[in-house]
Design a protein around this ligand. Sequence first.
Ligand code: EPZ
Length: 417
Amino acid sequence: MERLLITGGRPLRGSVTICGAKNSALALLPAAILSESVVTLDNLPELSDIEVFVCILEELGTKIERIGDQMTIDSRNISLVSMNNELVQKLRASYYLMGALLGRFGEAIIGLPGGCNFEPRPIDQHIKGFEAMGAEVHYEHGAIHLRAKKLSGAKIYLDVASVGATINIMLAASRAKGVTLIENAAKEPEIIDVATLLNAMGAKIKGAGTETIRIEGVVEMHGCRHSIIPDRIQIGTYMIMAAATRGDVTVENVIPKHMEALTAKLQEMGVEVIEMDESIRVIGKDEYESIDVKALVYPGFATDLQSPMTTLLTQANGISVLTDNVYNARFKQVPELQKMGAKIRVEGRSAIIEGSNLRGAKVFATDLRAGAALVIAGLIATSGVTEIHGVEYIDRGYDGLVNNLRGLGAEIWRESE
Ligand code: EPZ
């Protein structure tokens, strides 16, 4: 086990280049097995979740080669085997194997997904979609068994605009017989990225990024090459770090449109944000106004930036209210921030945040984004060293974090516990 140690109070200055999106890559990897040929992905991040997924796919018989940020995925000789549930339970995105294997083989046996467990995360909408397409689903020995004699297109209305369910249904529907309509679909950029890959492989998908997606199933899918969109959550986290440390940071490899909600909120607080074609510059100020933030589905403020934003709002004058309308209880970072002097209380789906001076302390990351919130708190603590345990959570979503922050002038290091 390892821990991060941070001496705060140093403004971040310089530029940082962000890689491909974790929440896109974790769907593109299983999507590639829908092809009986070779799929090449560029701009792949270096993350522990990606490594776990590669192991799972290799156990299916996929041949994977990684050179730098490029990965080739050869699924010509994959066969249906029961999953290594220990690996499957390491990440939530393993549930995409349900849609991919149903689409490829008409059958899947997957261990119940794991991942960040800040609250119960059901997959009822995924199952609803598969059953509508003719799959029979049952649970046995902690695994989900899905089988479809014939996967047929269907009209599916999602009760919740779920990112995972939208992508999972798209995967299965790509190879189903007939047309599938997903209504009340999620509109996140990662969904467009997956649809772009699938169409490059020969799928017939229209409307990704809107609330209605039409998928006409095809008999076979071929190889292609695809570059993953930038990671808007890593980008947003560095933007928040720049503002919180009163620094001046340019984040490179950005699609500014993906950052609109965060940019607007930072500017509302008094942060200077300058958008360029493929980068964003964030210049911090000494004084910030308190604001209210509502985390919503895209294009609203991203729930994955809710935890990092909680830390930034401790630096605003007055009282800010941050409400998460996507998850019921995603505030596990709050007790840890309180150990550092943060004046925050949680009421239902909202965190009420008062301006507070943070000091270093020993804290524990409980999930990926809560871990990011603690790193930001360590960077702005005006006294003492912050010791963050549970670094393995942070490694799941932030590649090269220590090197990137050192390059921006932070005093941060990693050591074994
Ligand atoms: C994806 O999770 C992301 N993970 C999450 O990022 C992100 O927080 C989330 O989308 C929302 O943007 C990956 O892409 C791997 P959802 P997902 O299905 O697909 C409820 C991170 O930090 N729901 O859109 O699991 C659910 O409980 C991670 O990178 C159902 O009720 O999220 C939640 O309240 C954390 N039934 C809401 O919908 C279902 O069948 C949104 O969940 C599915 C979801």
